[in-house]
Design a binder for this molecule. Structure first.
Ligand code: FAD
Length: 382
């Protein structure tokens, strides 16, 4: 099935099931969100819509990257859509990474149940200062050789999805360099210290601070090769960013659709808000931003699917889309006045959900620095 065939079916599913299940009371309610997502996921499974991006041999619909563009946009229109359709982070990029690098036993133990949506996962790289943030080389968590495996020690935070996850992938520094290790829920030495309160509120499993203290893992816990961690992190990040762009275009587009509906109804003096040119200008700028964001996303997805090097384009895409969707949501909120600020509708929740995207998957400043550096080093034509 192609993306354009599947997208209307996803749109109907999101309209009928996901949007009606949205509620401001689910914000930061980690168990409540899990419950609602699991119910929706069963409906998506029954409708044959689960895991559009997951390869067929792992039980998904097997869409290519370019076909995912319209499908993920439709899923992304609801705060609950990506979770319901099993195309939400961190599981979605983790599945991508494990499919490429998990050893046969790791595939059976972790990848198969994850791809089927039977369990959840997390990815723990970031550490509180002075540990790793924007610069992945600053990892302080250690992996020390012990008989039969490794001992992990360190502190991680913002491990999205950790609460309720069956397993996670931890980034640690071994003698051979930065490496990735599986940890499993409930293992001795792994403590979920706290759920961090954040601006965004609909991430499945929240964002958690973790403590690794003499956490012993076996030889089989190593993902990929020792010292290969930075390359694997990069391989996980590029598709993660691309899919975030697809989903968030959907969310921003929904906010603006709601704002347009509001402006058609709401009167100001003798005519609807929609008749005022300053309102039309805000709407026009949102359409321009979304048009450009969609074209850029589709372009990068096609090139990624063709196996081309997209490092430069992916940085430009991430900066543009993360800032464009924030602008669109902010205009939608402005146009809907007090209603937009309230939690009676989803626009304030959408605005909060989109803002952190300018920080994770590489902050705008980090990507701009990389783009500028490449422009000079490679003497790129503007
Ligand atoms: C909602 C959310 C979910 C997240 N989920 C996960 C997760 O699942 N797993 C995980 O490991 N991490 C996760 N993170 C963490 C995320 O990866 C980091 O926030 C990101 O890497 C930036 O690191 P930092 O927050 O420590 O910022 P810092 O490195 O402290 O940077 C702070 C700011 O400094 C500026 N800056 C940094 N470097 C440069 C530079 N070279 N040039 C100019 N300016 C610069 C930027 O404005 C940046 O925002 C999540 C974060 C958020 C907000």
């Amino acid at each position: 099935m192609s993306g354009s065939e599947l997208a209307p079916r996803i749109r109907d599913f999101v309209e009928q099931h996901c949007i009606p299940a949205e509620s401001a009371t689910l914000a930061h309610d980690i168990p409540g969100l899990d419950r609602v997502i699991l119910e929706l996921r069963e409906k998506a499974r029954a409708a044959g819509l689960l895991a559009p991006q997951v390869p067929r041999e792992l039980g998904g619909l097997g869409l290519g990257w370019a076909d995912c563009v319209p499908v993920f946009e439709e899923a992304g229109r609801s705060l609950l859509g990506p979770g319901a359709l099993h195309c939400a982070p961190p599981d979605q990029p983790n599945i991508h990474l494990l499919d490429r690098h998990a050893k046969p036993a790791q595939r059976t133990r972790h990848l198969l149940p994850l791809a089927a949506g039977a369990v959840r996962s997390f990815f723990a790289m970031t550490e509180p200062a002075p540990g790793v943030g924007s610069d992945p080389a600053m990892v302080r968590t250690t992996a020390t050789r012990v008989p039969g495996g490794w001992r992990l020690d360190g502190r991680k935070w913002f491990a999205s999805g950790a609460r309720g996850a069956a397993f996670g992938i931890v980034v640690a520094r071994a003698e051979e360099g930065i490496s990735l290790f599986f940890v499993e829920a409930g293992m001795p030495g792994l403590t979920l210290v706290r759920d961090i309160g954040t601006l965004d509120a609909f991430g499945i499993g929240g964002h958690t601070e973790l403590l690794l203290e003499d956490c012993r893992v076996g030889e089989e816990a190593l993902l990929g090769r020792l010292g290969q961690g930075l390359a694997l992190i990069q391989q996980r990040l590029e598709p993660a960013r691309l899919f975030h762009c697809m989903r968030y275009i959907g969310l921003a587009s929904r906010a603006m659709q709601l704002a347009q509906d509001y402006c058609r109804e709401r009167q100001f003096f003798d005519q609807p808000l929609a008749g005022h040119q300053l309102v039309q200008a805000l709407v026009a700028d949102a359409h321009i931003d979304l048009f450009a964001a969609r074209q850029m996303t589709a372009h990068v997805a096609r090139r990624f699917e063709a196996g081309e090097d997209i490092r430069h384009e992916s940085s430009m895409l991430k900066v543009f889309v993360s800032e464009a969707v924030s602008r669109v949501a902010d205009r939608a909120l402005q146009l809907t006045g007090a209603h937009g600020v309230s939690e009676d509708g989803p626009i304030s929740l959408i605005t909060r959900e989109l803002r952190p995207f300018r920080i994770y998957d590489g902050a705008s400043e980090v990507h701009r620095a990389a783009i500028g550096r490449r422009a000079f080093h490679r003497n790129l034509r503007p």
